[in-house]
Design a protein around this ligand. Structure first.
Ligand SMILES: Cc1cc2nc3c(=O)[nH]c(=O)nc-3n(C[C@H](O)[C@H](O)[C@H](O)COP(=O)(O)OP(=O)(O)OC[C@H]3O[C@@H](n4cnc5c(N)ncnc54)[C@H](O)[C@@H]3O)c2cc1C
Length: 414
């Protein structure tokens, strides 16, 4: 080992593991310590609501690296250890067993945790959340018993759990406050598409309502909704969003606001301290504002960028947000970032379940989602990134390749 430096990563999940891998692949030969509160070596979460939850994929599928990787790469992986205190003036990190680690560079990949409901009966047995592989195991055990499940929240986790539970033959009800599921990200039209996908598969959707209470002796037996219904159930899964784990950063005075604030190079307000993944609210060069992205691809790609910056190789992180979801036989990829838009243009008929949807502001595409249509993602991203003016009719015309919509518009031929 030629470098005397120690780089410490807090959070041994996808982002943390990819950062450790990148430090080595970029030639850092000093000490790397990767600290994880969970006892499991770093794993990926998307299968936990999909094939792993349904028992169709085994544990090996979820791990980021094989078991030998950390030893082979001389990465000091500390599992079941929580970082409890950070002292940025002395560049020191304290763990829950009292150990103090000096660092030269520190990366915070502490992720996010489910928002908890604080309503009567919230502590009853059978009211479950889904974030960890242990949560997924526990939920799978319950699904194996069949019965009726109430899913609270029609976001991505709720929608995927509802789909998996239906696929396992359970009776499923989703309760969602908005008028359609997934409304916040996708809006009314595409939310309605997913509502229909679910109801077509036998899910009961209770929309524009909330949950007042969970009832039962020791285990949940009933859900009381805010519009006065009582739903008998054997199980509840709550998926009402996540919150970034900022405690360690906030306690030491790092700038936080909806996550740990970082610049384009993923550097926090303290020198030598970086953040990436679900916890980072990062300045995005393309959007000119800070965005926090709670998706797999962001953890996968942003953390390596942070690692390069830890090594002094100035790397701005400017990938467009991207995520995917699989529900029943409907797979999709979404690219871009849109809080508002004027309209949605479809290429293909949503009823066929093979189409691309584009969200537009004036004549610019700000986001795109391909549903059961593949290998178009690069073209969708190019339309967004190039900010070319597009014509709705050409965008909707499946006979015009997506790449040519952009080129022709740039040349002004259309
Ligand atoms: C069930 C499920 C399904 C998903 N499906 C999809 C999908 O289909 N598509 C998609 O794009 N995204 C999906 N996601 C989101 C994706 O998994 C997350 O964006 C990704 O896990 C973020 O990775 P991360 O490493 O930033 O954070 P996390 O995965 O949250 O990991 C953070 C880690 O840090 C540890 N930690 C926190 N604080 C400390 C501390 N003080 N000391 C030590 N360790 C600490 C935590 O224990 C945790 O292991 C899904 C998420 C879930 C839960």
């Amino acid at each position: 080992m030629t470098s005397e430096q120690t780089h410490v990563i807090v959070g041994a999940s996808l982002a943390g593991a990819k950062a450790a891998e990148t430090l080595r692949s970029e030639g850092f030969d000093g000490r790397i310590v990767l600290i994880g509160a969970e006892r499991e070596r770093p794993y990926e979460r998307p299968p936990l609501s999909k094939d792993y939850l349904r028992g169709e994929a085994g544990r090996e599928k979820v791990y980021v690296h094989d078991e030998r990787f950390y030893e082979e790469q001389d990465i000091d992986l500390r599992l079941g250890r929580t970082a409890t205190r950070l002292d940025t003036s002395n560049r020191e990190l304290e763990l829950d067993d009292g150990e103090r680690l000096r660092y030269d560079r520190l990366l915070l990949t502490t992720g996010a945790e489910p928002r908890r409901l604080d309503i009567p009966g919230a502590g009853l047995d059978g009211v479950l959340y889904l974030r960890s592989v242990g949560d997924s195991d526990a939920l799978r055990d319950r699904l194996n018993h069949g019965g009726a499940v109430v899913v609270v929240g029609g976001g991505w986790i709720g929608a995927e759990v509802a789909a998996s539970a239906r696929q396992r033959g359970l009776d499923v009800t989703v309760i969602e406050a908005a008028s359609v599921p997934l409304e916040r990200v996708l809006g009314a039209e595409l939310g309605a598409f997913y509502r229909d996908v679910h109801t077509g598969n036998g899910v009961r959707m209770l929309l524009r309502t909330g949950v007042e209470a969970f009832e039962g002796e020791t285990a949940v037996q009933r859900v009381r909704t805010s519009d006065g219904r009582e739903l008998d159930c054997d199980l509840v899964v709550v998926g009402v969003g996540v919150q970034p784990r900022i405690q360690l950063a906030a306690q030491t005075g790092l700038a936080v606001d909806n996550g740990i604030l970082v610049d384009e190079r993923l550097q926090t307000s303290a020198r030598g301290v970086f953040a990436a993944g679900d916890v980072a609210n990062a300045r995005h060069p393309f959007y000119g504002e800070s965005i926090r992205v709670e998706h797999w691809a962001n953890a996968l790609n942003q953390a390596p960028a942070a690692a390069r910056n830890m090594l002094g190789r100035a790397t701005a992180y400017e990938r467009l947000p991207y995520f995917f979801s699989d529900q029943y036989d409907v797979g999709m990829e979404y690219s871009g970032f849109a809080r508002s838009w004027d309209r949605v243009v479809f290429r293909g008929d949503p009823a066929s379940r093979e189409f691309i949807a584009f969200w537009l502001i004036q004549d610019r595409v700000v986001a795109g989602m391909n549903v059961n249509v593949w290998e178009v993602n690069a073209d969708v991203q190019a339309l967004i990134r190039e900010r070319v003016a597009v014509d709705d009719r050409r965008l909707a015309d499946p006979d015009i390749p997506l790449g040519e919509v952009a080129q022709l518009e740039k040349g002004g031929v259309a």
